[in-house]
Design a protein. Structure first.
Length: 313
């Protein structure tokens, strides 16, 4: 269920879960946004190196697994937005309540209908790892609402950052319609400028009336949120390894012989099914460089040219 990643398609790896594109000269080291940025760096690094996220970025995502990730997101955001609604008038959270701009539950319902049909509710269930995450969100919303800031920050700021790259990866790798069915989760129709909105959101966070201890607890809770996400990633990765190749109906991005060889779908031996299999493009180029092959190709060209001349006459 990754969504917090940032960068362009040309630099997807190594830029996961980074929310801050530009430095703000007006930010103080004691501001909550800065404390969260610095205090979750290690969690960012660990999350971006989970196998599920790395495979997703390379376009190696099975459609069935993507559907299960969407299910996990649905239960997570249903809990989060229920607790946000509960605390919309609570001063410790109210300034961060942007239902029109941010809420994802209805978008996820559209995605689930696309993948599972109108009876989608009967076909999904909350996984064990997701259930732990959901329970924590409900506990926070009902007993420690000031910590709800950490969960909202972790999810929504990521959705508005790297989530937009993941949208493109999923659409390409799974051959989803250009009309954006199946990826409504990543569409923020009521936010015209994501960068400006994130700046507004961080400013609102920094304006919350919180003491030092509460800020530290929020940072701790954000790291806890990342751990929950990583547990879901690990759970999905285990499920993915058990899926047969028949479930791999999303296809792979095609390697054009340029750029990073690792983007070739045949790069990983396990994907090719046997050790030592390389990228077909590079194998063909290497073969074409052999003198004997070049001689045969030249002969074939000569024969073809002769045949063409005969046909024209």
């Amino acid at each position: 269920m990754p969504s917090a990643m940032e960068g362009s398609e040309g630099g997807e790896e190594g830029e996961i879960l980074s929310y801050e594109e530009t430095e703000d000269d007006n930010v103080s080291p004691t501001d909550l946004s800065e404390l969260l940025k610095e205090g979750t760096k290690e969690s960012h690094d660990r999350a971006e190196n989970t196998q599920f996220v790395k495979d997703f970025l390379k376009g190696r995502i099975k459609k069935e697994l993507f559907k299960l990730a969407t299910v996990a997101l649905y239960f997570t955001y249903s809990a989060l937005e229920e607790e946000m609604d509960r605390n919309k008038d609570n001063p410790v959270f109210a300034p961060l309540y942007f239902p029109l701009e941010l809420h994802r539950r209805e978008a996820l319902v559209k995605d689930l209908k696309y993948f599972y049909g109108e009876d989608w509710k009967e076909k999904i269930q909350c996984s064990e790892a997701t259930q732990h995450y959901v329970h924590r969100i409900h506990h926070v919303g009902q007993h420690e609402p000031e910590l709800l800031v950490a969960h909202a920050y972790t999810r929504y700021m990521g959705d508005l950052s790297g989530g937009q790259v993941l949208k493109k990866v999923a659409q390409r790798a799974l051959k989803l319609p250009s009309t954006e069915e199946g990826i409504q989760f990543y569409m923020f129709d009521n936010i015209s400028n994501a960068q400006q909105f994130k700046q507004l959101y961080r400013a609102r966070m920094n304006a919350l009336d919180l003491d030092k201890n509460t800020k530290e607890r929020i940072v701790e809770e954000a790291n806890r949120a990342f751990r929950f996400n990583m547990q879901v990633f690990d759970e999905l990765d285990k499920i993915g390894r058990s899926l047969t190749e028949a479930a791999q109906d999303g296809g792979f991005p095609v390697h054009d012989g340029k750029g990073d060889l690792r983007k070739c779908p045949y790069y990983a031996d396990k994907l090719a099914g046997k050790a030592g299999t390389g990228c077909p493009y590079d194998a063909a180029v290497a073969l074409a460089k052999q003198p004997l092959v070049q001689l045969i190709l030249a002969a074939c060209v000569a024969v073809a040219a002769g045949a063409a001349a005969w046909y024209i006459m």
